[in-house]
Design a binder for this molecule. Structure first.
Ligand code: NAD
Length: 251
């Protein structure tokens, strides 16, 4: 894989929740992941809009996720992806993650496309006012089970994309375009089950890129991959980056 990285001009890295499990943030679909505890059906956007009970359940799960994220530190996998950027070997990083760890690891805003938004902010669904997540969580901790906007009374929701909610247009279009035009597409820690994010590796292959998948379990795109590494993201990526740096040599 290191040779492919060194020999490629346009590298897109696509990551999922599996990149952050080594930082102590559970994914959804591994054993013990969040879908062992919660029913995804309860978290459809339409239910959030229409039912106070659904909003309270949503905030309960969102609070649990946020607690695991807010003080988390990047792991070796995040640092390896940030290192790719420093080495000028990253065209863009498409992330399904909402935990903000890429920025803590050193990736820059202009390289990262957050397809599913971020858990670090909260937005009002009516007037779009943006809040710091910590400020709203303080209200939840004091018993406000489904907080509303101070300005207009609208529904507050973490700035993440739920099932049934529209994807962010700019990020999705840009991610698709970059996937189609890259020459190496590296998936790290994603089951590639969630759509439309999982269309990106297919677009990359159709555009002629090599596809590498680093994931502990099977993914929906294994049949398309040029290389599959069924191992942990952090140690795998750290070893690959060491090799890349050796191949690139000093300077
Ligand atoms: P997923 O839960 O569907 O799949 C994660 C995959 O990562 C699994 O196939 C698992 O085998 C693999 N994995 C877990 N730990 C790994 C490790 N250390 N090394 C290598 N592979 C590992 O996750 P997804 O595909 O990202 O989709 C889930 C959705 O959930 C996304 O939309 C994302 O927005 C959201 N989510 C985000 C976070 C986060 O921000 N950290 C956490 C949970 C869920």
């Amino acid at each position: 894989m290191a040779e492919w990285i060194v020999g490629s001009k346009t590298i897109v890295v696509f990551v999922g929740a599996g990149l952050s499990t080594e930082s102590g943030i559970p994914d959804f679909r591994s054993p013990g992941g969040l879908w062992d505890k919660y029913d995804p059906e309860d978290f459809y956007f339409q239910n959030f809009l229409s039912s106070e009970t659904a909003r309270q359940k949503y905030w309960q799960m969102a609070t649990e996720m946020y607690e695991s994220m807010k003080d988390a530190s990047p792991n070796a996998g995040h640092f390896a992806v940030a290192e790719l950027e420093r080495l000028d070997k990253l065209d863009c990083l498409i992330t399904q993650n909402i935990d903000g760890l890429h920025f803590k690891a050193g990736n820059s805003e202009e390289k990262v496309l957050e397809l599913h938004g971020t858990a670090m902010h909260v937005t009002c669904l009516s007037c779009r006012r943006r809040y710091e997540r910590g400020d709203i969580q303080a209200r939840v901790a004091q018993g406000d089970k489904a907080p509303r906007c101070d300005a207009c009374g609208g529904l507050l929701k973490p700035a993440t994309i739920s099932f049934g909610q529209s994807m962010p247009e700019r990020e999705t279009m840009e991610a698709y375009r970059r996937s189609q035009t890259c020459d190496l597409f590296i998936v790290i820690g994603s089951s590639l089950v969630v759509q439309p994010a999982a269309l990106m590796p297919v677009a990359a292959k159709e555009g002629g890129a090599k596809l590498v998948i680093i994931n502990r379990d099977e993914t929906t795109c294994d049949h398309l991959a040029d290389m599959i590494v069924n191992d942990s993201a952090g140690p795998t990526m750290a070893a690959v980056l060491e090799e890349v740096k050796t191949l690139l040599g000093p300077g």
